[in-house]
Every structure is written in structure tokens, then in C-alpha cells.
Design a protein around this ligand. Structure first.
Ligand code: ADP
Ligand code: ZN
Ligand code: ZN
Length: 718
């Protein structure tokens, strides 16, 4: 009796044994898909263990209904990576595989054929050409035509039958016709870039992590292009991860300019079919370069030779629900397993990467100068205590805006909060529009005339009267981007304001239009959220105003100040034009805050020094490893009681297990949430403890009555 271990798309951290008939056993390879009965359903699963003898009890096993593949659609390397990730993140392998497989394959469909532009000669084809007798005229002329270079289908005279026969014989293979030669020349590297390139190339032999730290405009992207070029020259593929590629059209445009049609985009707004095409092309090696968001790290590359992670500090690399993984960390691990280099680029490294670079685990390469030699901007802390604020803007900041616009410059106002105002308050009784599903206020959106919850999406009409006391004295408290936009439009009617936030920028085209308005001088004032920190070039920008730095300073999230420092530095990096330094003003009610002072006076690097010292003293990452057990339930208190119940199970040497607490925002989307924090200086100890508990939780009846999940290396503790 033979049985095979099958991984199923169910939220259970285990595989299931199924009986295999001896005639099928030979076909069952790891990575092949099968159809199996599960409860009363039929599911598509993936073989994770080759068939083996089962001595006893095997009669109770159910049979595999059908084997769907002869060749595993998932390459062995990717399957092993998924297994590693399931283990590391303590997440069910079935759900990890779901992240790595196109939707149609998950449902059991046959893989589509990758649409092909053309064909190439294989080694077997080359050999065949030598010995094929002249009477095989059609085959000979096809192989002859391909002997110098791949050709597109349209260029080949062969009939479909001739092509079919050559494909079946393995003489030719589908291949993209060579891309049109890229249009532009490559710039000569500056001396600083040349030195960086030398160091990057020195790591060529295999796995190495390079942290490429350089201010905006220092030429990092140019170095990515060079390294990608080198990988392609060796016949390898390259993956470039970017935080949100629909927001970074310039990066995509530069890749295409340099590499033509060899560049494939992969992100969540593509259709399933388009994603599947890129997946197939990555697997057969024809997608030479993929630029993609987080999920592209799971593509089945045939010959991956380089991974670049742009803006490595960006929070969007961490998936914050379901399978909570960090694409940056998975990229590093994958590069290690493949023995290829990985390049992390940023102007503002995460404290983790900086720490790894300083301790010698990563190679630290720095670009200190901007290519066009614009001096770095001056950052000034603007004490707004006691000043009259016009919708959150102080007189000195407004005067600076006035002065810069008057001199033909452009001004950018940054505020990481969209909507008109975060609170709608009744001045008569103190009612303040709450979300009925979350412990949060509804944000007032004037444009849409709605109150919207930014945590669960619930919305309602804006009331005219206070629902509690019927007074009409409802006032908007605090400012969001919409309000700042309106205040500036009123104040500077002769100039145009362009707003950049996810309410206004709903498509690639909308973004392009607004960027063009700024570039071509039709709009002079920019107001926006972190979208403005995403690497856009604003050559006319001379002033940046940070509307408020205070939220981060009051925040309870241990990464809040790090993130504030990154955003301020990124946004500030947009200022300065044609050799003139830009001006950056930072409004605050905490002008003496030492961290803010450090950032303004000495820059991001000095802020990192201070934050790293703090993290060391408090035992936070990168000096310790964290994991959260999260739980959520409809009934108030249930999640917390559950965590209190399981807490003793975690006790293990070298692991600190904290008292379970309600989450920062306890109720969200109607669920009451709680979390239990684990901390350890030893990753191995932390994982041992987590692994043991997760195995037990799966058996506990209490655990089935609510939702629980593990968050390894949590991004925040909220
Ligand atoms: P970063 O990615 O660090 O912001 P980029 O690579 O985008 O920097 O370079 C900033 C600008 O300088 C871009 O417009 C780029 O085309 C240009 N640039 C980069 N390297 C060179 C070079 N060696 N010579 C001339 N221009 C360059
Ligand atoms: Zn009221
Ligand atoms: Zn809500």
C-alpha cells in the first residue's frame, strides 16, 4: 500500500496522506497537483512527499481522485522556498502556495501556454541540423533560419505542422524574438558610482547582500540598471521589487528605455490572466526582467541571477493580513538559497538593514553625492506653539510658501492623513462621529460628503445635526490633505494646487496627469500623503513643508519615529533645483524633542544612531526578535481570555512571554482583538517555543472558536 503526502489549501498547518494506486505512483512527483476528496468537498492539492509504503492503517486513507500534472508546474526551488516560508512564518503551507500559484492553477486548470513571440534553436536542434538529410527540406530550412538568432513567428516561413514537429523533437523551443534594441545610451558612471559598481561586481561570485544607501538623486537606480544588465549578459533573469509600481511610473519607464520589451510588470491590479502570463514567462525563462510588488518574490524564475529591492525600508513589503510575510526578507533568503546577490537600495535604510550592514553581515555601499550636485536641503524645525493656525498651517510656513511661489518655485505640503478632518465634533455636547465597528473616529471627507472609517471602510452621510443632541454646531477638528488643499487654494487663488492621495490618485493615468501638471508648471503647489515620497522627480520644487511631525512623537508604535524620519527625509529629498538647495520646514508642538532635533540638525543617519541605542536598551529589533500571537473574536473579552489560557504553553528558556493585551485599537471591523508578545534574543529559541505552541493550538477546542494567527517579525505592535 502506497501513500503520498498532499498539501491542501486549508488553514491547517499539516499535510494529509492519501492512498495512491501503484499505477499512478510512478507519475506522482513532488510539486504535481492532484484532486482529492476532503470532507464532502473535492480540493486541488500539491504533492509534497513522494509516495511511500505505509505499513498499517493505510486502508482508512482515501484515494487520490486524479493526478493533474505529469510535470510539476511548481519548480522544486519555489516549492522548497514555500516550505521554508511556511515553517518560518508558522503559516499553513497550503495558503503559502496559494500566494505562489496563479489563480487558474490553484483551481486545477491546466497551465495556459505562454503566448509566444517566436522560436529559438536548441542544442539538439543544432546537432540535428548537422545530420539531417537534405530531403527533410522544410525542417532543415526552419533550423537554418533559427541558427543565427531567435525569430518571431511572423518571420518564419514554416507551416504550423513543421513547427509542431520540430518542437516535439526538441529541436526548437518557444522564445521571445529579440527585443528591439533599447533606444538610449547609458550614462558614464560618476566616479562615486564607478567605485560602487566595482564593489557590487566584487560580490558577483554568489550570494551577498548589498545595502546601497544613497540620497535621492545619487544615482542608485542607474546602478540597479547596470547590475541587471550584467545579470542578463550572463543569461540570467533579474527581479526588481518596488513598493507600489503603479505609483512609480518613472522606474518602469527607465527600465523599458534601457531594456525594451524584456521588462514584465507584475502587481496586484493585473488581471489573473495577465499575472499567469508573467508567471509562465518567468518559469520558462523568457521574462528576462520582472519589476513587481511584494508578491513577485514568489514567481517561479528559471534562471534568477539577481534580486533588487528598491526602497527596502518601505512598509508595503510586509503583508499585514493573512500570510504575514516580508517580501524583502523572503527575497534575501531566496537569494541565499539560489546563491545569487541581492541589492537593497534606499535613501533611508530600515534599522534592521543598517544594523546588519554595520555588523558586517551586509556589504554597505554608500553614495553621498547627488549626480547633479544639488546640495542637500536645509531642514528647519518650526515651533508652532501659540501661533494662529490656518487649517493647520502657521503664518511663517504660509509666508515661506508665498515667497517661493513668488520667486517662481514650487511648494510641497506633506501630511500623511487623507480626508478633510480626522474628527467631526459636536461643539454643544462633545459627540464625535465614531465608527460603529471600530474603536476609531470616522474621517470627514468633504469632497464626497461622507464620513468614512479608515480602518474598516464603513461610511455614512455627513449629518446636519448632532445625532446625540440635535445641535447644528458640528465642527471639523484637525486637518487632512483635503483641508490643506482647500486652505491653500483659498489663500493663493492665483496658483493651482495638485493633491496627491489615494482618494485623488485612483489610477496610473491620474498620477501621470498630475505629475505632468507639476513638471510643466501648470500647478505650483503640491499637497499629499506618502505618495509624494515615492521617488518622483520634481525639478521645480524649492520648498517642502511637513505639516506635522507630532503624531509620530506621541505614538505608541515602536517604529513610529523611524518611519517619520524616513518619510521626512524622503519628502525633503524632493526639494532643491538646478544646483540650489531646497528649504524644508517642519511644523511641531514639540520643538525641543531630542529625536526631532537630531533629525533636523544631523540628518537621518544620526537619528538612526539614537534609535538603535534606544532599541538596544529596550530589547527591541534589531537587537531582539519578536513574534505576536494575535486573536480576534466577536465577543468582547474572548480573544484576551484565550490568550491568557494559552500563555503558559509558551514558557521556554530564553523567551520572554508578555502578558496578553488588547490590541492598540481593540475593536476593528466588529471584532475584538488581543495579542500576546514574545521576545527573544535567540531566533531559534523563539521559533522552538512558537512551533510547539502552534502545534498544540491546532488540537485545542478553544482555538477553534475564534480566529488566531501568528505574526513573526511583526511590523507594528498595534
Ligand atoms: P536615485 O535612484 O538615487 O534617486 P537616479 O539613478 O535616479 O538616482 O539618478 C538621478 C538622476 O541622475 C536621474 O535623472 C538619472 O538619469 C541621472 N543619472 C544617474 N547617473 C548618471 C550619470 N552617471 N550621468 C548622468 N546622469 C546620471
Ligand atoms: Zn451634540
Ligand atoms: Zn471602522
Amino acid at each position: 500500500m502506497l501513500a503520498a503526502a498532499i498539501c491542501l489549501p486549508v488553514p491547517l498547518r499539516r499535510s494529509f496522506d492519501y492512498r495512491v494506486d501503484a499505477t499512478l505512483a510512478g507519475r506522482l512527483r513532488r510539486g504535481c497537483r492532484v484532486r482529492v476528496p476532503f470532507g464532502r468537498r473535492t480540493l486541488v492539492g500539491v504533492v509534497v512527499g513522494a509516495p511511500r509504503e505505509l505499513p498499517e492503517g493505510a486502508d482508512e486513507l482515501r484515494d487520490i481522485e486524479a493526478v493533474l500534472d505529469d510535470e510539476p508546474p511548481i519548480p522544486a526551488e519555489l516549492l522548497a522556498l514555500c516550505e521554508w516560508a511556511a515553517d518560518y512564518y508558522l503559516h499553513p503551507l497550503g495558503e503559502v502556495l496559494a500566494a505562489a500559484l496563479p489563480a487558474a492553477l490553484r483551481r486545477g486548470a491546466m497551465p495556459a501556454t505562454a503566448q509566444t513571440g517566436g522560436y529559438a534553436l536548441t542544442a539538439a536542434g543544432r546537432a540535428a541540423l548537422e545530420i539531417l538529410p537534405p530531403r527533410h527540406r522544410a525542417q532543415r530550412s526552419l533550423l537554418q533560419a533559427l541558427s543565427t538568432a531567435p525569430r518571431s513567428r511572423a518571420d518564419l516561413a514554416a507551416t504550423a505542422a513543421v513547427l509542431r514537429r520540430a518542437l516535439d523533437a526538441g529541436w526548437i523551443e518557444a522564445a521571445d524574438a529579440p527585443a528591439a534594441t533599447p533606444a538610449s545610451g547609458t550614462p558614464t558612471p560618476t566616479p562615486e558610482q564607478a567605485a560602487a559598481l566595482d564593489r557590487l561586481a566584487a560580490g558577483d561570485a554568489g550570494f551577498a547582500v548589498h545595502l546601497l544607501e544613497g540620497v535621492t538623486g545619487s544615482g542608485k537606480t542607474e546602478l540597479y540598471l547596470r547590475r541587471i544588465e550584467a545579470a542578463l549578459a550572463e543569461g540570467r533573469q533579474a527581479l526588481l521589487l518596488a513598493p507600489e509600481i503603479s505609483l512609480t511610473p518613472q522606474l518602469d519607464a527607465r527600465l523599458r528605455e534601457r531594456f525594451g520589451d524584456g521588462v514584465h510588470r507584475f502587481h496586484s491590479t493585473l488581471t489573473d490572466r495577465a499575472r499567469e502570463q508573467v508567471w509562465l514567462r518567468a518559469r520558462d525563462g523568457r521574462a528576462r526582467i520582472v519589476v513587481g510588488t511584494r508578491s513577485a518574490v514568489w514567481l517561479p524564475f528559471a534562471r534568477l541571477g539577481l534580486i533588487v529591492v528598491d526602497e527596502e525600508h518601505d512598509t508595503s513589503y510586509k503583508q499585514q493580513d493573512g500570510f504575514r510575510y516580508s517580501a524583502r526578507d523572503v527575497a534575501i533568503l531566496r537569494a541565499q538559497r539560489l546563491d545569487v546577490p541581492v541589492l537593497l537600495g534606499t535613501a533611508t535604510p530600515s534599522l534592521e538593514s543598517l544594523h546588519n550592514a554595520r555588523s558586517g553581515r551586509y556589504r554597505h555601499i554608500r553614495l553621498q553625492r547627488r549626480v547633479h550636485d544639488t546640495p542637500p536641503p536645509q531642514v528647519r524645525v518650526l515651533d508652532v506653539r501659540g501661533l494662529p493656525l490656518d487649517h493647520g498651517l502657521s503664518p511663517p510656513l504660509l509666508q515661506a510658501v508665498d515667497r517661493h511661489l513668488d520667486q517662481g518655485g514650487q511648494a510641497l505640503l506633506f501630511l500623511n492623513r487623507r480626508g478633510y478632518a480626522p474628527v467631526l465634533l459636536c461643539h454643544a455636547c462633545g459627540w464625535n462621529a465614531p465608527c460603529t465597528h471600530c474603536d476609531a473616529h470616522l474621517t470627514l471627507h468633504r469632497g464626497r460628503n461622507r464620513l468614512i472609517c479608515h480602518h474598516c471602510g464603513a461610511q455614512q452621510a455627513v449629518p446636519r445635526h448632532c445625532p446625540s443632541c440635535s445641535a447644528t454646531s458640528l465642527i471639523a477638528v484637525g486637518a487632512g490633505t483635503e483641508r490643506i488643499e482647500q486652505a491653500l487654494a483659498n489663500r493663493f487663488p492665483q496658483y493651482r494646487v495638485a493633491r496627491f492621495d489615494s482618494d485623488r490618485i485612483t489610477s496610473h493615468e491620474a498620477l501621470e496627469r498630475q505629475l505632468a501638471d507639476i513638471r510643466e508648471g501648470r500647478a505650483q503647489i503640491l499637497v499629499g500623503t506618502q505618495i509624494l515620497a515615492k521617488g518622483h522627480d520634481f525639478p521645480g520644487l524649492s520648498l517642502v513643508g511637513i505639516v506635522s511631525a507630532d503624531q509620530a512623537l506621541y505614538g505608541t508604535d515602536f517604529r513610529a519615529v523611524e518611519r517619520m524620519g524616513q518619510l521626512v527625509t524622503q519628502v525633503a529629498g524632493r526639494a532643491g533645483r538646478a544646483g540650489q538647495p531646497g528649504e524644508v520646514w517642519l511644523q511641531t508642538h514639540e520643538p525641543e524633542h531630542p529625536l526631532l532635533q537630531t533629525l533636523a540638525r544631523d540628518g537621518y543617519g544620526a537619528l538612526c544612531d539614537a534609535l538603535l541605542a534606544e532599541r538596544r536598551d529596550t530589547g527591541l529589533p534589531p537587537y531582539a526578535h519578536l513574534a505576536l500571537l494575535r486573536a480576534e473574536a466577536r465577543e468582547a473579552g474572548q480573544a484576551l481570555r484565550f490568550l491568557q489560557l494559552v500563555r503558559p504553553c509558551f514558557e521556554a528558556p530564553d523567551v520572554t512571554v508578555y502578558e496578553p493585551l488588547p490590541s492598540g485599537m481593540e475593536r476593528r471591523a466588529g471584532l475584538a482583538r488581543a495579542q500576546l508578545l514574545l521576545q527573544s534574543a535567540s531566533r531559534a529559541a523563539l521559533h522552538r517555543s512558537l512551533g510547539a505552541v502552534v502545534a498544540r493550538l491546532q488540537q485545542m477546542p478553544e482555538a477553534r472558536r475564534l480566529r488566531w494567527s501568528v505574526d513573526v517579525d511583526p511590523y507594528d505592535l498595534m
